[in-house]
Design a protein around this ligand. Sequence first.
Ligand code: AP5
Length: 208
Amino acid sequence: MNIVLLGAPGAGKGTQAQKLVAEYGVAHISTGDLLRNAVKAQSELGKQAKSYMDAGQLVPDSLVVDLVKERLAEPDAQKGWILDGFPRNTAQAEVLDQMLDAEGIKLDAALAVVVEFGVIINRLSSRRTCKSCGYTAGPEVEVCPRCGGEMYQRDDDKPETIQKRLDTYQNQTAPLIGYYKEQGKLLEVDGDRPVDEVYADVKKLLGL
Ligand code: AP5
């Protein structure tokens, strides 16, 4: 299974990816998680990425592409992967196509999780994320059920940054819906329903 997950911030990409990973054992490659880890580790990449993330903007392609290349080469990704948060603009999608072509790897589908912006703003303002493993849940979850880590509110889940992230999505990432439609790879799921209902449809669409 090699899948790209598309959708606005907070549409539920990470939530659906977590479920697919738990059931099918594929690698979850979230560029947001990779970047947040780099920020936490205060690496050179993390220092450069932080200001873009805090402003709700995309981190420059040159920083993100190498991160994805390295992650795709890791052993656990050889069984299949879910790319969550990458590609995020047409240039990244073209680089991904070239990377996969060069390795003879086929992208099975680009699955878009569709949710209206109004719903998303409520979800993101109440989201909590695990400091250790990136697991996400609502504010009622205080301890990560996956690793016992501390749940916190991401800096970019503050109301002023959420709106900027939605603008960035609309301007730069939404065109990828058309990009993958043209390739005949686009699948769409209504993400504004209970998580398990969305997941049941995701599996149907992916033929699982
Ligand atoms: P990233 O971490 O990728 O954030 P995002 O795309 O904004 O996605 P989110 O993680 O916010 O949302 P999600 O769709 O995964 O939703 P979730 O499942 O958590 O990126 C962060 C930043 O990093 C970017 O702004 C950018 O700066 C940088 N970056 C990352 N990738 C980049 C790239 N390729 N190029 C350049 N820069 C990049 O769900 C949200 C909440 O809703 C949770 O609380 C969840 O519990 C809840 N929820 C989920 N599904 C449902 C449901 N069906 N019903 C009710 N609640 C639900």
